[in-house]
Write a protein that binds this ligand. Structure first.
Ligand code: EPU
Length: 446
């Protein structure tokens, strides 16, 4: 297991590239299970989560070739397997994305429930409700979802839950409905760009889908999907993280490629803190974006909401930033109201944060000071790294494996901008024989 040692208080400057989106790539890769042709993807980030899904797809009969440059070729070789085993699914919640396409194309699926998570309660009831509405027979037995359907039938499905829609649930149903007989209407569908990217790839495979990016997606089922070539969208969460890295270190950083339309809410909240952001357009709606920090950050109030709101996946990083603002800020997370494990660890660096239910109140401090901290999940790790970059002295962030699940070479990118982040093996210290690893060592997110 690796750790980062960060020599903080360095201003980040320069240019850095943004990788393809993890949360778009994963459901797109899973969608190959619904198709009869090869899927050629580019912009697939080299992440632990991508490799975990490739291992799972391999057990489901998919042949893959992954190049260093983010090119991925997927092709189904055999349609016999239908079981996604616990040992592979437990590594990553996004494995649940295989359920819809597997069931739709093979008529049966047995997929392990994803299990515990460090960012709060994450049920899959909406996924199951949607598949049942499409006519699947669904049971949960011995920790597995067992789903069967000779052929799915189009239906009208309402996907709203207590915290809004569901991103991977919308992906699962959309992929499944492409092969259903007749018309499916998904109401309260997730509008996230990653859902749109999956929908566009499915269209290239021959699916008939309307309403992408709106809460009402309509799908006219087809009998077969073919191959496709598709470029995964840039990762808006990585982009936001690097914008915040510039802002928290008093820096000046250019990132590219990005989709400016995917970053509107993040841009708005950063501008409220005094950060200056300039965009220059390129081709294919892609652009580069320059973030310049103000001399002093202003506090603000924000709420993480489903798209187009401020993403919950940027909430922790914004908390790190606002811990340096000149005044009191308030952050509420309405998507994952318990996603605050990072608050206590930021406190070890000197941040003053009080949590009350789904809200955290951040009393900005003039400086943070380096400390030993422990990452609890993917975005919490990023927040701790950002705080460490801004802190005086040395910060050690342990359990960096969380970060490697969702950020491609973040240490290299930060060092390219003048940061000093050293990766090294975190050798286990000798522990008494009765010591047992806390449950969070095993938890997953993403
Ligand atoms: N929910 C339900 N029932 C369901 C599904 C979800 O009540 O059947 C609730 C959840 O508990 C949560 C809310 O609905 O309160 C939204 O959950 P959603 O299903 O949208 O989350 P997800 O699809 O499991 C994806 C991302 C997450 C991101 C969320 C929200 C992937 C692989 N994961 O998760 O990304 O936080 O959407 O935008 O796309 C990350 O990248 O760090 C990460 C956690």
């Amino acid at each position: 297991m690796d750790k980062f040692t960060i020599d903080g208080n360095r201003r980040l400057t320069g240019q850095v590239g943004i990788s393809g989106s993890k949360n778009a790539a994963l459901p797109i890769m899973a969608a190959v299970l619904a198709s009869d042709g090869p899927l050629h993807l580019s912009g697939v980030p080299d992440l632990v989560d991508v490799h975990s899904l490739l291992s799972l797809l391999e057990t489901l009969g998919v042949d893959s070739q992954y190049g260093d440059d983010g090119q991925l070729r997927l092709l189904v070789q055999t349609r016999q397997p239908h079981v996604a085993h616990y040992d592979l699914v437990r590594r990553m919640r996004a494995s649940i994305c295989v359920l819809g396409p597997l069931l739709a194309r093979r008529g049966r699926a047995r997929v392990s429930l994803p299990g515990g998570c460090n960012i709060g309660h994450r049920p899959i009831d909406l996924h199951l409700k949607g598949l049942a509405a499409l006519g699947a027979d669904i049971r949960v037995e011995q920790g597995y979802v067992i789903a069967t359907a000779e052929r799915l039938c189009g239906a009208s499905i309402f996907l709203g839950g207590p915290c809004g829609s569901t991103v991977t649930g919308t992906c699962n149903l959309m992929s499944a409905a492409t092969l259903a007989e007749g018309r499916t209407v998904i109401e309260a569908a997730a509008c996230e760009p990653e859902v749109v990217d999956l929908g566009e790839c499915l269209r290239k495979m021959g699916a008939h889908i309307d309403g992408l990016g709106t809460p009402r997606i309509e799908i006219e089922g087809v009998s077969q999907l073919g191959g496709a070539t598709h470029r995964v969208i840039p990762d808006r969460i990585e982009a936001a993280t690097l914008m915040i890295a510039a802002a928290i270190t008093g820096g000046h950083v250019e990132i590219a490629p990005i989709r400016p339309d995917h970053l509107v809410a993040v841009r708005e909240v950063l501008e409220q803190t005094g950060v200056r952001i300039e965009t220059s357009t390129g081709c294919d709606s892609l652009a580069s974006l320059v973030t310049t920090a103000p001399p002093v950050l202003a506090p603000t109030t924000l709420t993480a909401l489903p798209y187009p709101g401020i993403p919950t996946d940027v909430q922790a990083q914004l908390m790190a930033l606002l811990s340096r603002a000149d005044g009191i800020s308030v952050i509420t997370d309405k998507v994952f109201p318990d996603r605050f494990l990072h608050a206590a660890e930021l406190g070890r660096l000197g941040a003053r944060i009080v949590r009350e239910g789904p809200t955290a109140v951040i009393h900005g401090v003039p400086r943070l000071s380096g400390a030993n901290v422990m990452a609890s999940d993917l975005r919490a790790s990023a927040a701790l790294v950002l705080a460490g970059l801004a802190a005086e002295g040395t910060t050690t962030v342990r359990r960096i494996y969380h970060l490697d699940r969702g950020y491609e070479r973040l240490d290299t990118k930060l060092n390219q901008l003048g940061g000093q982040v050293i990766r090294s093996e975190d050798k286990p210290v000798a522990t008494p024989p009765h010591w047992a690893a806390p449950a969070s060592h095993l938890a997953i997110d993403g």
